[in-house]
Structure formats: structure tokens, C-alpha cells
Design a protein around this ligand. Structure first.
Ligand SMILES: NC(=O)c1ccc[n+]([C@@H]2O[C@H](COP(=O)([O-])OP(=O)(O)OC[C@H]3O[C@@H](n4cnc5c(N)ncnc54)[C@H](O)[C@@H]3O)[C@@H](O)[C@H]2O)c1
Length: 271
């Protein structure tokens, strides 16, 4: 069972089956959290306590008022403790049959609760202006650039940070990538403005839920930045409505997402 499916299972005590209706299941997860935040907190905390104790301590400390749970889930993402492992796990599981480690199982409920919160929590403002994302450490630049062929679609399997302004100082490799993202299309995956929930001022962060899909619009010639160079790629968030049905998800337009969902279905059918 995939990481997110395991999270759905854990948070709903197996009452919701993601098979065939993955996105509807995430709405059920969100409703389950809203119905009993204390129970959700304890199910998320159970795994974190085993493998991510610092995040577990934050969860306990910041949710003394359990009505804060949704904002704390986002706040925890912005702490240093868990996001690296979380995103690494989501990137690895989108296109391989790598078995899930115990640490990954232990973050599954948190990952799924965070995804459901970003998708359905109305309090978090969505942003439709232009965002910028620096892919700062790209040692294999040619290999990565190949994936951004103009006219093709790309899917980001992990939660993805961006900002209202280009944070070029995140560039660490000799050549890196600046994504300029047009979010004007109506999309299920519009970025969420999380600046108010973060301790880090200056980033003005807009966070995309995992599995956001983009169309590559154009690529510009590389430019210098201090002693380095960066390649600007203009991409556009793919349009769709906010329907909960899997039919609304643009399977056919993305090989990677299509593959991911086939894999989910395959793994489900075996579990
Ligand atoms: N990157 C930004 O523009 C940006 C904007 C706002 C806030 N932040 C904050 O900065 C911190 C680090 O963010 P991050 O975006 O570097 O973390 P990340 O975990 O998304 O990325 C980690 C590293 O992996 C590389 N990477 C990520 N996706 C890739 C892909 N599809 N192909 C090739 N390489 C890829 C990146 O270049 C980066 O060096 C976080 O706290 C984040 O919230 C970053």
C-alpha cells in the first residue's frame, strides 16, 4: 500500500477505501479530522512519536488548543524536522516499487493529513498570482532540463515550496533552475499562502499540495547570478475544477501522474 493510502487508512481507521476514489478519500480524511481533531492528533502523533520525535513534541506543544490542528500541521512542515524526509519519501514512491520503510509508515498519517488540509481547509488562502521556485541544488542540470521540454507536462510528487519573489540565494549548485509559475488557471492544486503560519519571515511562501501538475510554456537563456548561472523555465499550473472525483484529475495529460495512479491502483489490488 502506498504512503498516502496508508495514511488514509490510518486516519480513518480503515473506514475509507482509496481504491478508485483517491481524491474523494482525501475529502473524507479532511472531514474525519474536522469531526474529531483529538482522535486525528493522536493517530498522527502515534507514528511521529516513533520516528520523528521533534515533530511529535511540536504537535503536542502547539495543539494544546486542538482547534489549531490544521494550522499546526502546516507549521510543522515549515520546521526543519520532517519536511526533508517527507518530500524524499513522496518523490521516491511516485514511480518506483520501493518498499515503504518503517519511518515512512510513521509519517504517512501526517503526510496525508497535511495534503487533505492544503486541499480542503478554506481558511488557507489560495494564490493565483505568479510564483517563483528555485531548484537550488541541481548537479545533473542537463538531465533535469531534459524533463522540461516546452509543451510537455510535469508533475511534482512532493509538497512544493515557492515564493512571490525569486529567492535566488537558494541556488547552491554552479547552475540551478528558476521556475516562474503562472497560477491563473483554476486548479485543484492552486498554491496555498502559508506565510502567516511560518516562523520564517521573508520567504512569503506559497505551498503546492503534492501531485501538482504544470505545463511547460517556455525556457529562457541562462543568466548569471553572482558566480553561478540559472535557467528560467516558465510553467503554468494545469487547469481543472475543484471536483472531488478522480475523473476531474488530468490523468491523460500526464504520463507521470498517470503512472502514479496506475501504481496506486495496482498496489491496492494486491493489498
Ligand atoms: N525553493 C524555493 O524557491 C523556496 C521558496 C520558498 C520557501 N522555500 C523554503 O526553503 C526550504 C528549502 O526548499 P526547497 O524547495 O529547496 O526544498 P525541497 O525539499 O523541495 O528541495 C530540496 C532539493 O531538491 C532539489 N529538487 C527538488 N525538486 C526537484 C526536481 N523536481 N528536480 C530536481 N531537483 C529537485 C532542489 O533543487 C533542492 O536542492 C524550505 O524550508 C522551503 O519551505 C523555498
Amino acid at each position: 500500500m502506498s504512503l498516502l493510502n496508508f495514511g488514509i487508512n490510518k486516519l480513518t481507521l480503515g473506514k475509507v477505501n482509496p481504491k478508485g476514489d483517491f481524491f474523494g478519500s482525501l475529502k473524507s480524511v479532511y472531514d474525519t479530522i474536522q469531526a474529531d481533531r483529538n482522535a486525528a492528533k493522536s493517530r498522527i502523533g502515534e507514528g511521529l512519536q516513533r520516528s520523528f520525535n521533534e515533530s511529535y513534541q511540536s504537535l503536542l506543544k502547539e495543539t494544546i488548543d486542538v482547534n489549531m490542528l490544521e494550522s499546526v500541521l502546516v507549521y510543522m512542515y515549515k520546521e526543519e524536522h520532517i519536511y526533508g524526509d517527507l518530500n524524499a519519501a513522496l518523490r521516491q514512491h511516485d514511480c518506483t516499487e520501493k518498499s515503504i520503510t518503517s519511518a515512512e509508515y510513521n509519517l504517512a498519517a501526517y503526510a496525508t493529513a497535511l495534503l487533505a488540509t492544503l486541499l480542503y481547509w478554506q481558511t488557507l488562502p489560495e494564490y493565483s498570482g505568479t510564483t517563483f521556485r528555485v531548484m537550488g541544488h541541481v548537479p545533473n542540470i542537463d538531465q533535469v532540463l531534459e524533463k522540461y521540454e516546452v509543451g510537455s507536462n510535469v508533475v511534482f510528487p512532493a509538497f512544493t515550496s515557492s515564493s512571490r519573489v525569486p529567492l535566488l540565494h537558494f541556488g547552491t549548485s554552479d547552475e540551478f533552475i528558476l521556475l516562474k509559475i503562472d497560477n491563473s488557471q483554476h486548479s485543484f492544486w492552486s498554491p496555498n499562502d502559508i506565510a502567516k503560519l511560518s516562523d520564517i519571515t521573508g520567504e512569503q511562501e506559497l505551498l503546492y499540495p503534492c501531485l501538482a501538475e504544470f505545463k511547460v510554456m517556455s525556457r529562457l537563456a541562462k543568466k548569471p547570478y553572482k558566480t553561478k548561472f540559472y535557467h528560467t523555465i516558465q510553467i503554468q499550473l494545469v487547469e481543472n475544477d475543484n471536483s472531488l472525483s478522480d475523473d476531474a484529475i488530468p490523468f491523460g495529460r500526464s504520463g507521470q501522474l498517470h503512472f502514479f495512479l496506475i501504481l496506486l491502483a495496482l498496489i491496492n489490488s494486491m493489498s
